[in-house]
Write a protein that binds this ligand. Structure first.
Ligand SMILES: Nc1ncnc2c1ncn2[C@@H]1O[C@H](COP(=O)(O)OP(=O)(O)OP(=O)(O)O)[C@@H](O)[C@H]1O
Length: 234
């Protein structure tokens, strides 16, 4: 589904991603774990085409998209839920979802399917995005992305600033989408429990490089996590 080879990128002349290689299979959930500032968001922005690659290659569903603009990647089925969610605060929940469908060239019927998968949105469809709680906004951001019928979603720190009950709900939603729709996810996170419960494989990113892989079950083990990432599980 996704084949990333020696990918490099950065900001102006500052290199941040220094040659990242990994592959993601159809319906696989891959977690990328790393501290603040290790390049997680920069990697996703490069994969989605918001930042140009300065080296390496990205293939998505067999197509070389290394130089493709974001909208072309989206049309191929690459979805992105950025950190901070970036929903439209002045638009209603429903209109936010319409924007997601329209930007993928899809009609409104996809919206009903997405509401069925995320029933929490049903009673608040008319509410402005900006007045929702952080957790509701995260679910809306996911819903808007799903309205583009993505094959793969790049998820940037979805648990940031969100209460535990909604984190559990997001886990359930994503696992259901994986089973029912063969959704594929690349998730970057610092939340060990979230990444452990969702990921088939967990890669470690340090200073712009993938430095290792840790079995999700080992994320319970403080000493191992500290050794791999320098992060504590508690
Ligand atoms: N727009 C920018 N211009 C210049 N440097 C940037 C920009 N955005 C991020 N950086 C730098 O790139 C590096 C990696 O940042 P990035 O946001 O990818 O890290 P991250 O692992 O996602 O961290 P966090 O968990 O804090 O979001 C950091 O040193 C950061 O200061």
């Amino acid at each position: 589904m996704l084949d990333v080879r020696a990918l490099a990128s950065g900001y102006q002349k500052i290199p941040i991603i220094l040659g990242v290689t990994f592959q993601v299979a159809d319906s696989e959930f891959v977690g990328i774990l790393g501290h603040n500032g290790m390049g997680k968001s920069t990697l996703l922005k490069t994969l989605v085409g918001q930042l140009p690659a300065t080296g390496g290659a990205v293939r998505f569903t067999g197509t070389d998209v290394t130089r493709a603009p974001s909208h072309k990647r989206a049309r191929l089925g690459l979805g992105y839920v950025p950190q901070g969610r970036q929903i439209f605060p002045g638009l209603s929940v429903l209109d936010n979802m319409r924007m997601g469908a329209a930007s993928a060239g899809l009609g409104d019927d996809v919206i009903d399917e997405v509401i069925e998968a995320l029933p929490r949105l049903k009673p608040i469809l008319g509410r402005a995005g900006g007045v929702l709680s952080g957790g509701e906004q995260q679910i809306l951001a996911l819903a808007r992305c799903l309205c583009g019928r993505p094959k793969l979603i790049l998820l940037d720190e979805p648990t940031e600033g969100i209460q535990p009950s909604i984190i559990d709900e997001i886990i359930d939603i994503l696992l259901a989408l994986k089973t029912r729709h063969r959704l594929t996810v690349v998730l970057v996170e610092q939340n060990l429990e979230f990444i452990r419960r969702l990921s088939d494989r967990v890669l470690i990113i340090q200073k712009g490089r993938i430095t290792g892989e840790i079995p999700p079950d080992h994320l319970h083990d403080d000493a191992l996590v500290a050794e791999f990432v320098g992060m504590s599980a508690h």
